[in-house]
Ligand binder design. Structure first.
Ligand code: SF4
Ligand code: SF4
Ligand code: SF4
Length: 252
């Protein structure tokens, strides 16, 4: 008799499903997934079942009461739950809606019933215990495969501890965006992405979320001294992560 494969699923809440696509486009994804009993992955499978999972990946922010209940059901069915991507980890792009009043949102939302059921967009750990986080918008494919490999060996990979700057080739050089008065948030952002954006000539936008002691107030002051408006600064800071309560938005 063969070894029993862990039952695995990827479920999605409010998002563009970009992290699921990132998984789907991993070169050898089918070989990797052969080691798992995949029961739920609707971009890949025709028939999907929300069963008892050994491992479940949850993508997307929580934006309605119905989603809160569904998420809690999935948690009950899952031995190990991983937040997949910035929307699930920090609220991500969907959480920008927290800065817009429901009365104004009516102009943009075509399914008005959804609005009645809506709650402030939030990361999944507002409602359930999360066992591990895979950060980024989208996730880093190598981190996902490393996690799956480790999980089979009953191990959990260590999270990268430092900021994006630690992996950035511009660090301490005149090419550092901050030295050029360009708003890069690498110093406040959880690293582990190999500083992919600064390497491609883009300032870091904080997609892997803030480090525990990130001082946004100081960063905002700096950016404003370079001519960015208050709104530009905070829109940038909150592009991928939003404080739970928008009233605290400028204090986190
Ligand atoms: S984290 Fe980014 S890529 Fe992933 S689902 Fe959210 S918006 Fe899409
Ligand atoms: S991540 Fe940004 S702030 Fe950090 S060293 Fe690189 S360019 Fe400078
Ligand atoms: S450099 Fe910043 S924005 Fe780019 S992937 Fe890394 S954390 Fe995300």
């Amino acid at each position: 008799m063969g070894v029993k494969k862990p039952v695995m699923g990827i479920v999605s809440f409010t998002c563009d499903q970009g992290c699921q696509f990132a998984v789907l486009f991993i070169d050898n994804i089918f070989d990797i997934l052969k080691k798992y009993n995949v029961q739920y992955f609707h971009l890949l499978k025709e028939k999907n079942k929300k069963t008892d999972f050994d491992l479940v990946f949850v993508e997307g922010a929580i934006t309605t009461k119905r989603e809160v209940e569904k998420l809690k059901e999935i948690r009950k069915k899952s031995k190990f739950l991983v937040a997949l991507g910035a929307c699930a980890c920090h609220g991500g792009v969907p959480a920008m809606r927290n800065f817009i009043e429901n009365s104004d949102l009516k102009k943009y939302v075509y399914n008005q019933k959804t609005l009645k059921d809506s709650v402030e967009a939030a990361p999944i750990d507002k409602y359930v215990k999360v066992d591990y986080y895979l950060y980024g918008c989208p996730i880093i494919q190598d981190e996902f495969t490393a996690f799956l490999d480790a999980f089979l060996k009953k191990k959990i990979p260590e999270q990268f501890k430092g900021p994006v700057c630690m992996e950035c080739p511009r660090r301490g050089k005149p090419t550092c965006f901050l030295r050029q008065k360009q708003p890069c948030m690498g110093a406040l952002t959880r690293g582990g992405c190999d500083a992919i954006c600064p390497k491609e000539n883009f300032p870091c936008l904080l997609c892997r979320g803030p480090l525990p002691k990130a001082n946004f107030t100081a960063e905002a002051k700096l950016f404003k001294s370079w001519g960015l408006s208050e709104e530009e600064v905070w829109n940038r800071i909150h592009m991928f992560h939003t404080p739970e309560n928008k009233k605290n938005a400028k204090k986190d």
